[in-house]
Design a binder for this molecule. Structure first.
Ligand code: PMP
Length: 284
């Protein structure tokens, strides 16, 4: 059975318990991070922890564990579960308190949970076949830059994608693509420029996105950070998404429009490989 971390203890998952008054349960008052594990090591750990700090601070949520504490816990859980390739989830809520919209006292202990998932993420069949995405109106709250556990709308969008025979949904606000249901969205134009939406409150500031933008510059590829329309995406020569779980993941169809030749593109494949090499080399 899988071992999880909960508030200072490592326990079998069936023994871990959270209060019925946890604010994560009552108000979605919590944030999370997902870190990729390759060769038993953590990819972009510092980036994930910096984003966690930012999410906590935007929500004025007190939190006392240090980055060093969190690194030790991540490594210990990877070790206990013998994860060679997969993901570590870190979930933090404002803790348990009698139900009240007002935040509880500053010294209310957080609920901190970590769990692992063993998964073959590098040899992902979708990366060979390419994803079919459908566009869905972006009806999420206006602080998509904070990584909250409020994931109901993305979950509904994924279900809608599935019912339409697709792999994922790309959100659209006022005609422009914001991001995927759980990833950042990119297109490659006919002159080879990679276009992805600029950072704002409209999207999550992806840790993989930052790494891939760097990889693209190393390859001397042009990157434009700006909004792009659904029409522009349908006419693109390549499209892809990025996330800690999907790495660099080709998109070969948007709604009923095949992208380029309807196969994973060369820029996408190169970026996936470079991103993997870089991640393996820098993992901790
Ligand atoms: N956007 C959204 C909405 C996400 O949920 C995720 C994945 N957590 C991402 C983008 C990608 O972020 P990252 O590269 O840090 O996994």
């Amino acid at each position: 059975m899988r071992q999880v971390y909960i508030n200072g203890s490592y326990l079998p998952e069936s023994e871990a318990r959270v209060s019925v008054f946890d604010r994560g349960f009552l108000f979605a008052d919590g944030v999370y991070e997902v870190t990729l594990v390759l060769d038993g090591k953590l990819v972009d750990f510092a980036g994930h922890m910096a984003r966690l700090r930012r999410s906590l601070s935007e929500l004025e949520m007190p939190f006392s564990l240090t980055e060093e504490d969190l690194l030790k816990i991540h490594r210990e859980l990877v070790r206990q579960n013998d994860v060679c390739e997969g993901l570590v989830y870190l979930q933090v809520t404002r803790g348990a308190a009698d139900r009240d919209f007002m935040f509880p006292a500053q010294d209310t202990p957080n609920t901190v949970v970590l769990f692992t998932q063993k998964k073959a993420l590098v040899d992902n069949p979708l990366a060979i076949r390419g994803q079919h995405v459908v566009t869905v109106e972006d009806l999420r709250w206006r602080r998509c830059d904070i990584k909250t556990v409020q994931l109901l709308y993305p979950s509904m969008a994924k279900m809608q994608a599935k019912s339409r025979g697709a792999d994922d949904a790309w959100f659209v606000r006022e005609g422009y693509v914001t991001e995927g249901s759980s990833n950042n969205a990119y297109i490659v134009t006919s002159d080879g420029t990679i276009v992805t939406r600029d950072l704002s409150i409209d999207i999550l500031h992806g840790i993989t996105r930052a790494a891939v933008v760097e990889c693209a510059s190393d390859l001397q590829l042009r990157v434009e950070e700006r909004p792009f329309t659904v029409h522009e995406a349908r006419c693109a020569v390549e499209a892809f998404s990025t996330s800690a779980s999907g790495l660099v993941n080709p998109v070969v169809r948007i709604d009923d429009a095949p992208i380029g030749a309807g196969l994973p593109g060369l820029v996408t494949q190169r970026l996936r490989q470079i991103y993997l090499d870089r991640s393996r080399a820098s993992a901790v």
